[in-house]
Write a protein that binds this ligand. Structure first.
Ligand SMILES: Nc1ncnc2c1ncn2[C@@H]1O[C@H](COP(=O)(O)OP(=O)(O)OP(=O)(O)O)[C@@H](O)[C@H]1O
Ligand SMILES: [Mg+2]
Length: 436
């Protein structure tokens, strides 16, 4: 008998589960649930990067239908209509574009036609050469070609040549999805849309005989306006706008993934509340799913038997804190003092809107406590404007009643407790501030 299979072999006993000498760090791993989870049965369903199956895509029927209409000709060798997709973050643009393109490819395949769907994230490949290189490499790998296309070292025209050749040799057409297209950098002549030009005119300029579908995605609603007139005329003007989800749609999106959790472990009000929270914050599905997942993880970590609203609130606070910490990391101590002043006013008042002078007065107290020399009122006004620009606060002009003219009021959009924790100051925490 070798040392390896000796009966007291530590690893063997642990693997068969016969020993209770289990490393607690890795305890509870079983084959059914990920990581021996008690509440979450299938965490993949709660990962935001996941492209869900058809029956889990909810609330975008009209957009899917319209989108399919643009792509439909490619199924039968016609030229698809180029389309620019706009909408705020988390409104399903990338998801729907990939979903419908995939269905077009499958429909073509059933007719014996091979269509490539190429997806290029222009935030990762932000020069024209990088974007065409990514396109060529994607087509190359989909063609199963043994040829290696170098990542660097070739000019953009070489990469285009690869694209046209691959199309001619291996495919009956292609759908190119250019995601985050507004992130494309201008070239030396200041053109940011050359790739659109090349793809949209490829057939008429004799580069390829195969139809190419073009899908450009952006969350800047006016991005298309910036396009060069020639590109706009070859692209056409088809635009598809994805509105933010409302609370009902977010609820349905989450219900369609309820089976990520074990039966009966989600308190009934959790999904509706997660939907309401995300609807309030710009109707972002990614955010809704992330809060739901984090609520589940928090409940599990606490060893609770159900996911409840309290876990959701904790998840929401954590998400807000992460975001705010990120935003605050680049701000000055004075900006933080201004925010703390607004947070303290909000916490210790029945109202939630405050005039610049009110914020300024508490800001001065905060500075004194922190040992910082306070800035002048005008600078504080600028700092408040910056906070509004970052969506940390909201500001608007309001009337002060007869003879008083208008003035600006500020409202904190984040949880004041979260702000206090992120700013990391103890001022005002255990009692009333004196500034009002
Ligand atoms: N209609 C939907 N049904 C189901 N899940 C959805 C839906 N819309 C979005 N999601 C989920 O939210 C995630 C984010 O959606 P998507 O990536 O399409 O957003 P986006 O509009 O491209 O946002 P961004 O501008 O930030 O790139 C998706 O991966 C998916 O999990
Ligand atoms: Mg996207």
């Amino acid at each position: 008998m070798t040392d390896h299979d000796a009966p007291d072999d530590h690893s063997q006993q642990t693997l068969t589960g016969e020993s209770d000498d289990v490393d607690p760090l890795f305890a509870g791993v079983d084959e059914d649930g990920p990581f021996g989870s008690q509440l979450i049965k299938n965490q993949n369903l709660l990962e935001v990067g996941m492209v869900p199956d058809e029956d889990r895509i909810v609330g975008r029927d009209d957009e899917i239908e319209t989108f399919a209409g643009y792509l439909r000709p490619i199924v039968a060798n016609g030229a698809p209509t180029p389309v620019l997709v706009y909408g705020k973050t988390g409104t399903g643009k990338s998801l729907v574009s990939q979903h419908v393109s995939g269905r077009a490819r499958n429909a073509a395949e059933r007719r014996g036609r091979t269509i490539a769907v190429a997806y290029i994230d222009c935030s990762q490949h932000s020069t024209e050469a990088q974007a065409v290189c990514a396109l060529a490499r994607d087509l190359n790998s989909k063609a199963g070609s043994p040829e290696r296309i170098p990542l660097k070292g070739l000019g953009r025209s070489h990469y285009y040549t690869y694209v046209w050749e691959l199309l001619e040799t291996h495919f009956d057409g292609a759908i190119t999805i250019l995601d985050e297209i507004d992130r494309l950098q201008p070239d030396d002549e200041g053109n940011r849309d050359n790739i659109l030009m090349q793809l949209s005119r490829a057939r008429e300029s004799g580069k390829t005989t195969k139809p190419i579908g073009i899908v450009g995605i952006s969350n800047k609603i006016d991005w298309g306006e910036e396009l060069n007139q020639r590109v706009r005329s070859s692209l056409g003007n088809e635009e598809l706008i994805f509105p933010p989800y409302d609370a009902n749609q977010l609820r349905e999106i989450m219900y369609a993934r309820e089976d990520a959790f074990y039966d009966g472990v989600l308190e009934e009000s959790v999904i509706p509340r997660a939907a309401a929270l995300a609807a309030r914050e710009h109707g972002d599905a990614r955010k809704a799913i992330r809060i739901l997942k984090n609520a589940g993880l928090i409940a599990e970590n606490r060893g609770d038997e159900m996911v409840r609203e309290t876990h959701l609130d904790a998840a929401q606070k954590r998400a807000e804190a992460d975001r705010l910490t990120e935003l605050l990391s680049t701000q000055t101590a004075h900006a933080k003092n201004v925010l703390l002043a607004l947070a303290l006013l909000t916490e210790q008042n029945d109202e939630n809107e405050f005039r610049t002078t009110e914020v300024f007065s508490v800001y001065q107290e905060v500075c004194e406590h922190e040992g910082d020399d306070p800035l002048k009122l005008d600078r504080v006004r600028d700092l408040l404007d910056e906070q509004a620009f970052l969506d940390i606060t909201e500001a608007y002009l309001t009337g002060g009643g007869r003879g008083q003219g208008t003035f600006k009021v500020h409202r904190l959009l984040k949880d004041p407790e979260v702000v206090r924790n992120c700013v990391n100051s103890t001022y005002g925490q255990d009692g009333e501030i004196s500034g009002f």
